[in-house]
Design a protein around this ligand. Structure first.
Ligand SMILES: [Zn+2]
Length: 324
């Protein structure tokens, strides 16, 4: 008995020493590069991240290809204002282009080097998410069944994108795409932020559309009460199967705390948010399945899935609350 007690005390001590070590499985769908990828990944891993969708400059992104322990999915960040990633102002591509050549992109997909498109920076570029210049890329995404993550909402200061247009951050601009690309898997990044009601409307009409909670779940940027209001609205709209966890390089322990503070979420709903919904969205139906449930199939016809009741690049880390 005494031995047991001593062992328990030791275990508790170790757990405390470990600090943020967590048994929670997390799929972070909104990550960007860092000056120090190894320490970034270690922090994520301690918080429970086993998988992450990363998008950053092509050169920096390639540094993540040999990092063990976290399974990375690689994005394609574009179009790049003056060829640069917002905030970090690194060149998106070695050639300094704003738009990666479509032929090159297709080759990278065939070579297995691109798993999704995003973060699509149309708002920073000053164009609509339905601008025809994006169509060749959307066609590729649809052809290869790659998800497309589109930045929505606003932005922090000092992004360095001279043509940034606030009005291009509305998710409503996506509407024309659904008719043109009926099978495109779109995720509305940052839940639309101040346009969250519009995001809910779009998601109710289009069952292929998912969203991530990056930025809105970061108490350094968005007040906790606002996050609570937004999440309650999503849950009450029956969208618990399409919400995904994301940090956007914010402090992951704070983001987890924000989620845990939502006392109206059941454990099952949190598990969906932490990783199951993302697994389904990124194509892993098995990992998305909860024991004893059917896999959800959906389409753009408004059919709803079952409702159960850089140098961080594009990081909003140190900014003050904006737009509120
Ligand atoms: Zn963004």
């Amino acid at each position: 008995m005494k031995t047991l007690l001593v062992s328990f005390a030791l275990f508790a001590g170790l757990a405390l020493l470990n600090g943020t070590a967590s048994s929670q499985k997390i799929f972070d769908v909104h990550l960007h590069g860092s000056k120090n990828p190894s320490s970034q990944v270690l922090t994520l891993q301690k918080a429970g991240v086993y998988k992450a969708a990363i998008s950053t400059s092509w050169a920096l992104q390639n540094r993540y290809r040999n990092i063990p322990n976290v399974h990375f999915l690689y994005g394609l960040m574009f179009p790049c204002p003056n060829g640069k990633v917002p905030y970090s102002l690194q060149a998106c591509f070695a050639t300094g282009e704003d738009w990666p050549p479509v032929g090159w992109v297709e080759q990278q997909i065939k070579d297995g080097r691109i798993d999704f498109f995003g973060e699509v920076l149309n708002q920073y570029y000053g164009i609509s998410s339905s601008d025809a210049a994006l169509f060749p890329y959307y066609s590729l995404a649809q052809k290869y069944k790659l998800p497309v993550g589109i930045h929505t909402g606003g932005a922090g200061p000092d992004h360095g994108s001279p043509n940034f247009k606030m009005e291009m951050g509305s998710p409503l601009l996506l509407k024309p795409l659904f008719a043109r690309f009926p099978e495109l898997k779109i995720w509305i990044m940052h839940s639309g932020d101040q346009y969250y009601r519009e995001t809910i409307g779009i998601m109710k009409e289009n069952a292929l559309v998912y969203t991530d909670i990056s930025v809105i779940s970061n108490p350094d940027i968005v007040p906790a009460e606002k996050f609570r209001t937004i999440m309650k609205a999503f849950i009450e709209a029956g969208l618990e199967d399409r919400l995904m966890f994301g940090t956007d390089n914010g402090d992951i322990t704070k983001v987890i705390r924000s989620v845990e503070s939502l006392d109206f979420l059941s454990e099952g709903q949190k598990t969906k948010l932490y990783y199951r919904n993302a697994e389904r969205f990124f194509g892993n139906a098995e990992a998305a399945k909860e024991p004893g449930t059917e896999t959800v199939h959906s389409n753009h016809n408004g059919e709803q899935p079952p409702v159960s009741d850089q140098n961080s690049v594009h990081s909003f880390k140190e900014i003050i609350p904006y737009l509120r």
